[in-house]
Design a protein around this ligand. Structure first.
Ligand SMILES: C[S@@+](CC[C@H](N)C(=O)[O-])C[C@H]1O[C@@H](n2cnc3c(N)ncnc32)[C@H](O)[C@@H]1O
Length: 234
């Protein structure tokens, strides 16, 4: 399968794992495997005990935009496998005795200390109420969404599904955020509807797009950040 790293120069950064093509593996899988094996963020995630390389996207977003603070309550939509939960729990100092982080995913997420995790499709009617119940009567200070709808290959359908998911996440954020709160959602370039942007600009003090270095340059993903929620009545 994977050949061990082969030095091509003097520095470790030039080591590259080459993956042999195989009749049993699709070319796309070979490319994915090669990219994973050569991705420094994958290696760092393993070294530092993060469940996903995605953890670094939140770390970098937080470093630049100051999203997380001790004591905050956070909702993480699309939380599996749990990298963002780990980052959020650590930064907020959430504990199992007094959990401040609530995550949801339709995939199973292995337990993360300080986090309440619901295994459920966020688009189901009862999901928002279950999340609110898990917040135990508190408003959230930060709503994160790293959800991405599975693609069908039919571009117009995929676009609509992506937009619908972000809109649902935004509606939920507008419902549960405390005044001053923040909403962060993965969007795809060309996929943030002007109508949603206009609504968020009205409801938050500042709204902008951010692409952390850990987000692959060749990916159309970027993050929509809305800070300073003005409150439900506005
Ligand atoms: C990129 S991954 C999230 C990675 C996560 N931020 C981390 O750090 O480990 C996106 C997740 O969104 C979830 N997802 C997509 N649509 C969803 C939905 N409708 N309801 C719940 N989870 C959803 C997927 O199952 C997937 O686990």
């Amino acid at each position: 399968m994977a050949k061990p790293p082969r030095p091509t120069g003097s520095g470790a950064r030039q080591l590259k794992v080459r993956v042999k093509t195989s009749a049993r593996r699709k070319p796309a899988s070979t490319r994915w495997l090669q990219r994973q094996l050569n991705d420094p963020y994958v290696a760092r995630a393993r070294e530092q005990g993060y469940k996903s390389r995605a953890a670094f996207k939140l770390i970098e977003l937080d470093e630049k935009h100051k999203l997380l603070k001790p004591g905050m309550r956070v909702v993480d939509l699309g939380c599996a496998p749990g990298g963002w939960l780990q980052v959020a729990a650590r930064a907020t100092r959430s504990t199992d005795v007094n959990p401040k982080i609530v995550g949801i995913d339709y995939l199973e997420t292995s337990p993360v200390p300080g986090c309440i995790i619901l295994q459920k499709d966020f688009t189901q009617d009862d999901a928002p109420d279950l999340l609110i119940e898990a917040l135990a009567g508190h408003r959230a200070d930060l709503v994160l969404s790293d959800m991405a709808a599975p693609t069908t290959g039919h571009k117009p359908t995929d676009h609509l599904r992506i937009v619908a998911l972000v809109e649902m996440a935004a509606d939920f954020a507008l419902d549960v955020l405390a005044p001053g709160g923040t909403f962060v959602a993965k969007v795809f370039q060309g996929g943030t509807e002007q109508e949603l942007l206009a609504l968020l600009k009205q409801k938050f003090k500042s709204t902008f797009h951010a692409k952390p270095p850990a987000s692959r340059k060749d990916s159309a993903e970027t993050y929509l950040v809305a800070k300073g929620f003005k409150g439900k009545g506005l």
